[in-house]
Write a protein that binds this ligand. Sequence first.
Ligand code: ARG
Ligand code: ZN
Length: 875
Amino acid sequence: QPVRLSQYRPPDWLVDTVHLDIRLHHSATRVIARLAMRPNPEGREGSPIVLDGDELVLKSLALDGVPLAGTSYAATPSSLTIFAPPQQPVTVEIETLLAPSANTKLMGLYRSSGTYCTQCEAEGFRRITYFPDRPDVLAVYTTRIEAERDEAPVLLGNGNKVESGPIEGTTRHFAIWHDPWPKPCYLFALVGGKLERVADSFTTATGKVVELGIYVEPGKSGRAGYAMDALKRSMRWDEEAFGCEYDLDVFNIVAVADFNMGAMENKGLNVFNDKYVLASPETATDADYANIEAIIAHEYFHNWTGNRITCRDWFQLCLKEGLTVFRDQEFSSDQRSRPVKRIADVRLLKSHQFAEDAGPLAHPVRPNTYREINNFYTATVYEKGAEVVRMLKTVLGAEGFHAGMDLYFDRHDGDAATVEDFLACFADANGVDLEQFALWYSQSGTPELRAETYWNEAARTLRLDVEQRLPLTPGQTDKQPMLIPLALGLVGPDGADLPLTLDDGSNAERGVLLLRQPKQSFVFPDLPHRPVASLNRGFAAPVKLSSNLTTDDLVFLARNDADPFNRFDAVQTIALTHLVTATQALREGEAAPSPAPLVEALGATLGNGALDPAFIAQVLALPSESDIAREIGRDVDPDAIHSTRRLLRRTLGEALRPALEAAYSHAAPAGGYSPDAASAGRRALRNTALDLLAATGTSADIGRALTHFDAADNMTDRFAALSVLAHAAPPDREAALAAFYDRFRDDPLVIDKWFALQAQISEPGTLERVRALTEHPAFAMSNPNRVRSLIGSFASANQTQFNRPDGAGYEFVAETVLTLDGINPQVAARLLAAFKSWRALEAGRAGRAQSALRRVAETPGLSPDVSDIVGRALD
Ligand code: ARG
Ligand code: ZN
C-alpha cells in the first residue's frame, strides 16, 4: 500500500471553515468539530465524504444538524465515511474523545510535563478529529479551547485571540482563537498549560505592531531572551531579504520538553523542542545558541514558504523544507560569518546527506513513493533540498533568483503548490528552460565529478576535462546527465584570480561553468602563468569531486585561494587522503604516508593572523570517522579508521604544539560570556587547540584541560573540556563526569549532553555504560531528547562501539528500537536509520548488522514507521 506521486487526485470534498470546540481533560478530552464542506468541482462527482482518522473514538455524528443513522455512515478508528451525502454544501459535526495523557507517540494532542500541546505535521490532525488530512485541503479555523483554570491558565491557538473568560459557576475557563488565513490541517495547533510568558513586540515594515510571546515552563523565562532576539532579527531579515512581512496581530512560540523533531511552524503558534529555545551561558553552548537562532528563523520563515504557500501533497515536502532551510542558512550567513556558516553547512550535508544518498535509504529530493511520510523528513529533503535552491541561485544569479522568488510569492500565495509550480516561476521570470535542472529533484544519489586540468606550457593554455557520473541508487538504474553549475577560479602564482575567458571568447559568467553532458572540455587560452584550478568554489554544487590536483596544488590553495571555502576544503582533502591511505596501510601492515603536507597546510593556517579564528577552528577539525568511512566506501573497518585518526591527532598535536599553545593562550575572548559569532569563534579555536594538544596525552595537556574545566564560566568551555577529559584516562574522566553531573543534575537539557558524551566514548566498556544509563533516573524512553542523546549518539556517533565486531552494538540498538516502537514509532524509526551505512562495512560486521535488522524485520506488530525503514535497509 505505498502512496505514489503519479496517483495524485484532487480531493472530492473541500472544507471551507472548521469550528473546533475542545474541552481539555487528561484522559477524556472532548472534541467537537464542525466542518463546512462542499463538493470539489475538480473532484469526482457523487463521491461519499471520506475522512481520515487515527486511533479515534467517534462519539456522535450529524449532517446539517441531524444525527446520522448508523446505516448512512461507517466509522473505524482510522476512517469515517458518509455514504450518500447530498451533492451540495453541508455541515458535518463530529464528536470524538481523546486521551492526551496516553498519547506517547507525541502526534496529535498530547501532554508534555503537564502541558497540553499538539503536533499535526504530517498526519497528526487525524488523531484529533476525522478530517480530510491532506495539505491541499485549506480551511479557515476557529478554535474554542476550554480547560480547568488551575491546570491550564494559558490557552493558545492559531491566529488571533477573539474572546476568553471564565465559565461561570465552574472552575473552568475558555479562549477562542480565529485564524483568518486558510490553511491545511497540519498547521493546526493548540496549547494549554501553566506557562510563563516572555513578551515583546515587533513593528513590521508597513508599521503594524505584532505582539510576540515565548511561553516556557515556569522558572525558565530567563532562558528565552536569545530566542526572542533571534525572532525579531528573523522578522526584520525576511522583510529585507525576501520582502516577506508578518500577517497576524500575534506571533507565539511555546517550548515543550517532549517533542519528536526540532520545532513546528503552526500558523501563528510555533511549537518548539525546548532544546531550541532555552539557553543561558551556563547551560548552552555556542553551537546551541547558533541552532536556536537558525531554528527560530526556520520556523518563522515557514510563515511564507510553507504556510502562505503550502504543499499540494507530501511528495512536495522539499518545496517548503528545502526552500526554508536555504532561507535560514542565508539568514545565519548574514548574521554571522558567511564562509564559516557555509563550511558548517557543508560538513552537515556530507555527514548526513551524502551518507544517506550512498546507502539503501537513498531517495530523491522529491520522492515518488512512500509507505510512511514521517520517514521522509530527511537530510535529503531538507539539506539537499536547500542545496538545490542554492544551485538555482548560482545558475540564475542573485537577480534572476529573486525575480523567480517574487513571481512565486505573487503567483502562488494561498496555493497548495508543487515543485513544478516553483520551477516554472524561475523559468518564466528568467526566460530559461529548467528541464534538465529539474533532475536534481527526481534523481537520487550524489553525482560524482571528475575534473582534470592540463597545462600546455608552449601554448599557455589550460584545458579542463570534466566528467560526471551518477551512481546507481535504489529503484533508479537509468540516470540522465545533470545540469551542474561548476563554480571555479584559476589561481595565479601570486594568489590572484586569472580571467575565466574561454577559447571561444566567452566568459564563465559569474565564475560558473554550466555542465550538461557526461563529458565536457573547456580551454582557457592566453594565460600568463600556469594557474591552479580552484574547483566547485563555495561548494556550489553538492557533488563528490575528485581531481588531478597534486598535494602541492592543494597546499598552495590552502594558502592562497580567494575562496575561503576552498581554502578549507583543500586542507580537508589533504587530511582525508592521508587518513584513507593511512587506514589502508594499517590494515595491510604497510608503512603509513607522511603527514608533512597536512602539517604544513595546518601550520600555515594557524600562523595566519589575518584569518577569522572560527575559520581556523574549522580547518583544524579533521574529517570525522564516518567521513573517512564514506570515502573508503567498501569493506570498512571502523577500528582501523579510529586508530589511524587518533594517531594523526596525536602527531598533529605534537607537530603543531607551539602554534596550538599560542592559539590557546591568545584566543580567549575578553570580558564575560557573549554568544556572538566573533566570541564564539575565539572559543572554538581555543577549544580546538586544547583538544589537539590533549591528543598528545601528556599530563601537562590533561592538566590544562582540567583547569579549563574548573575555570569555565560558560557551557561551551566547560563542555569542551569535559569532552577532552572523556577521552582521557578513567580517573580523570570519571571524576569530571561526576562533577558535571552533580552541578547540572536538575537540568535535563544539560544532562542530555552528559548522556551523549558518555555514549561516544570509544572503548568496549561503553555498551555496558550505555545500558546502565538507560536505568538512570534522568533517562526516559518516553522522551525523544533523552533517547536521541543516549541511544542516538551511541548508534550514530560512536563508530567503533556501535559497529563492535561481535555485533553487540547492533543487537542493543535493535532491541531498543523494538522497545521504543511500542511507545513512539517515529523516534524508533529514526534510531533504526543509524543502520543506513551497514552495507559498506567489512563482511563480518555487515553480516551481524544484517542479522540484527532481520530480527527487527521478523518481529510481529511493527509500526509502519519501523517496518518501512527496516524493509528498505534490507532490500
Ligand atoms: N515542519 C517542521 C520543520 O521542518 C518539521 C515537523 C516534522 N514533524 C514530523 N512529525 N514529521 O520545521
Ligand atoms: Zn521546516
